[in-house]
Design a protein around this ligand. Structure first.
Ligand SMILES: Cc1cc2nc3c(=O)[nH]c(=O)nc-3n(C[C@H](O)[C@H](O)[C@H](O)COP(=O)(O)OP(=O)(O)OC[C@H]3O[C@@H](n4cnc5c(N)ncnc54)[C@H](O)[C@@H]3O)c2cc1C
Length: 358
């Protein structure tokens, strides 16, 4: 019997475990190694957080996000990393305020050290969870495990090649949680035939301003053979609701428009300052860096415990909170994981003071 079982050895699950050094914990992950997304993130350098942290860069319940960051924000994360000899550096080449590590491996090594007290069941897929006689029974493809508390840190459903499944949503639903419809986010767009001229410009990148109705974003846009992508476009996908997008191809007075672009639009009657159209769709979950939507936070306490089932917790991307491109998603995963773990530790400490035992 474990005190705590954590489903998912990604950013959020590892952070929870790191805060509970005296507990009997088991982390279960479908992947053969821990921190698979950390490994590939930021081109192997993990864009871990952003200097400009604010709920305005997130889709989800602003109050919930702000309350979490009040306890553990970008400064707290940088301090936590520094205490573990890891000092990320600002690199603003692509998105303003982004902090990158020397190597993603450094982050994984840090958490390997911080979770030495835990058991790991890797290459192991959780299939189902039941709550019987005050305990969680976690059925995997290998065995059934039992724990007093369960932390669901299983992420979203994008990038299935790195172990993603919908188990977190299934567990949530089975305990009565509402799900906010999920969608691929931080992903490029496909175009309709009126915009097939984009494909001719495949490989070209421009600094643009994008208006997705609820939000304006500026930054680099990349024309691709399937449609359009690039940093500003990825962030725009977070807010897009199947309507029109307006692109300003020359947002500043000194915007430089390359010859290739001018040639491509020569015979088209388009307004380069306000080019409105509806994308066909996006590149889907296989390419999306994150999943928008998930477990609705209305029924989650500020300690990340379910309001519907005691001892059940949800952290990280599985929740209906998603950030723009630029380190915001790891910050969310680490902040939610830290707050959940630290408050759990506090509650154990209070109990042990009352009953004089750990
Ligand atoms: C290619 C790529 C690059 C990215 N780069 C960045 C970046 O530079 N900066 C940034 O902020 N964000 C980045 N992100 C997003 C970021 O990785 C995620 O938001 C973050 O990892 C979410 O953390 P999490 O702990 O909630 O979930 P995850 O890291 O997804 O961890 C969940 C874990 O649960 C496991 N799991 C799922 N289902 C099961 C099951 N049924 N049984 C057992 N295990 C299961 C998975 O294998 C996975 O390891 C990137 C994402 C991708 C795909």
């Amino acid at each position: 019997m474990y005190d705590i079982i954590i489903i998912g050895a990604g950013a959020s699950g590892l952070m929870v475990a790191s805060q509970l050094q005296n507990k009997k914990i088991c982390l279960i992950d479908k992947n053969p190694k821990i921190g698979s997304k950390i490994k590939v993130s930021g081109g192997g350098k993990c864009n871990i957080t952003n200097k400009y942290l604010s709920s305005e860069y997130f889709d989800g319940d602003k109050q919930f996000i702000e309350s979490t960051f009040a306890d553990f924000d970008n400064t707290s994360l940088l301090k936590f990393l520094k205490n573990n000899n890891l000092i990320p550096k600002i690199d603003e080449k692509i998105v303003k305020g982004t902090y990158f590590c020397n190597s993603s491996e450094d982050v994984i090594n840090l958490f390997e050290k911080q979770t030495k007290h835990c058991d790991f069941l890797l290459n192991c897929e959780v299939l189902d969870v039941k709550y019987i006689d005050d305990c969680f029974r976690i059925k995997t493809n290998k065995q059934t495990l039992v724990s007093k508390k369960l932390i669901v840190a299983s992420g979203g459903i994008s990038y299935p090649i790195l172990g993603a499944t919908d188990i977190g949503y299934k567990i949530g639903e089975s305990f009565g949680h509402k799900l906010v419809k999920s969608n691929p986010a931080l992903v490029g767009f496909t175009v309709q035939k009126e915009q097939f001229w984009f494909k001719e410009l495949s490989g070209l990148s421009l600094d643009v301003e994008l208006d997705v109705g609820v939000k304006k974003l500026s930054g680099s846009m990349l024309f691709t053979h399937k449609g359009f992508s690039g940093p500003a476009v990825l962030s725009a996908s977070l807010y897009w609701k199947k309507g029109q997008i307006a692109i300003n191809f020359a947002p500043s007075k000194d915007s430089y428009l390359p010859k290739r672009f001018k040639q491509a639009i020569k015979d088209l009657d388009i307004d380069i300052y306000n080019y409105k159209f509806s994308p066909a769709g996006n590149f889907g979950y296989t390419k999306a860096e994150v999943t928008k939507g998930g477990i609705c936070t209305d029924e989650i306490g500020l300690n990340f415990e379910s309001k519907l089932q005691k001892d059940l917790y949800f952290v990280g991307e599985v929740l209906d909170i998603t950030g723009e491109l630029g380190g915001y998603n790891f910050q969310w995963a680490f902040s939610s994981g830290f707050v959940c773990g630290a408050l759990l530790k506090q509650s154990y400490d209070t109990i042990s003071q009352k009953f004089g035992r750990l």
